[in-house]
Design a protein around this ligand. Structure first.
Ligand SMILES: Cc1cc2nc3c(=O)[nH]c(=O)nc-3n(C[C@H](O)[C@H](O)[C@H](O)COP(=O)(O)OP(=O)(O)OC[C@H]3O[C@@H](n4cnc5c(N)ncnc54)[C@H](O)[C@@H]3O)c2cc1C
Length: 311
């Protein structure tokens, strides 16, 4: 008898989990209120970046990097390899992933912008999320996966009807799983037409970045805890453009394609664990904050390991 799973959520976390479960022999249905590109995952910039030193975070990021790098051979996948300049106000140690990237070097001090004392130049995956998510949807459905668009008020609606539920609702977990530790970290980015910008830029000290993609250059950023508004804020656009123009003055005159807003799923830590309710096993996979694209494939691998243990 074939094994069945229901994945709730169709963002980068739900889709990666669903695809890996399919590959492991599960028949998978996705239930989701929103579909790409109308969700947080499609707003993300999105750079793969190995933040943090916690072993499981690093393991998830590392596996995702190993998954993304071969995808960069085909830009139609939405996974692009871009040279990115990262700068720091204070000196930093070399990151753990420096030998995992195709190119990495420290920037000589005299080449750093004013006010910065360290920096790296590196080739790193940048994910053109609308294209990438569409590719994942096609990969999932062409392998026989079904997508059902509907909103749940609670996971309880599915208990008893399915043996395995993989729960990936991002910030929606606050209501769907009644997890009050989940909160929005509101983000806003500007997409501009500026194909002359080929090199990315990242300054985490001021949360400023430029990510060149084939569909435009993404300028950011901002992170506003507990702000649920999905309306673009014009004052934030001015702030982002001002910061990015200090790095690349031509962004000021570039046509704006879109202003995008998304709610990162904030939580004190990612929740990736099993919960058993009656005959239904739930694998929770949410709370990835600002690094869900970076962690997605590593988390999906753990979801499959847990699913295989209990089926
Ligand atoms: C501006 C911005 C920039 C970012 N940049 C990066 C980056 O550079 N690198 C990186 O790694 N990450 C980045 N992120 C973070 C990343 O986007 C998130 O961590 C990731 O998208 C979370 O994915 P998710 O699938 O959990 O959530 P979502 O994409 O929000 O998907 C959740 C899914 O659950 C569904 N759902 C929710 N509630 C319900 C319900 N009640 N019933 C049914 N379905 C429901 C939704 O419809 C949706 O399909 C960025 C985010 C933002 C906003």
């Amino acid at each position: 008898m074939s094994k069945e799973a229901v994945v709730v959520g169709c963002g980068v976390i739900g889709l990666s989990s669903a695809i890996r479960l399919q590959e492991a022999g599960f028949g998978v249905t996705i239930i989701s209120r929103d579909l790409p590109p109308n969700l947080t995952s499609a707003v993300a910039g999105a750079i793969w970046y190995g933040y943090g030193s916690h072993p499981r975070i690093r393991r998830w990021a590392e596996h995702s990097l190993e998954t993304y790098l071969p995808m960069t051979q085909d830009e139609a996948s939405g996974v692009l390899l871009r040279r990115v300049r990262e700068v720091f106000v204070h000196p930093v140690a070399a990151p753990w992933f420096k030998n995992r990237l195709p190119f990495f070097e420290r920037i000589p001090k005299h080449q750093l912008p004013k006010g910065f004392s360290d920096g790296f130049l590196m080739d790193v995956p940048i994910i053109e999320t609308p294209t990438y998510l569409q590719c994942l949807v096609e990969r999932f459905t062409s392998a026989g996966g079904h997508i059902e668009q509907r909103a749940l008020t609670s996971l309880a609606e599915l208990i008893g009807q399915h043996t395995l539920i993989v729960h990936c609702t991002g910030v929606g977990a606050r209501t769907v799983a009644a997890d009050s530790s989940v909160y929005p970290l509101r983000g806003q980015v500007i997409k501009i037409a500026a194909s002359h910008i080929q090199q990315g830029y990242m300054d985490d000290d001021h949360f400023t970045y430029l990510f060149p993609r084939n569909d435009g250059v993404i300028l950011g950023g901002i992170s506003q805890p507990n702000n649920w508004s999905l309306d673009p804020d014009p004052a934030i656009n001015i702030d982002i453009l001002t910061r990015c123009a200090e790095i690349e003055p031509s962004v000021r005159s570039a046509p704006i394609i879109a202003t995008l807003v998304g709610l990162r799923p904030g939580r004190h830590e990612v929740r990736l664990e099993v919960e058993q309710i009656d005959n239904t096993t739930i694998i929770h996979n949410y709370g990835h904050a600002g690094v869900g694209v970076t962690l997605s494939w590593g988390c999906a691998r753990d979801v499959v390991e847990l699913a295989q243990l209990i089926t």
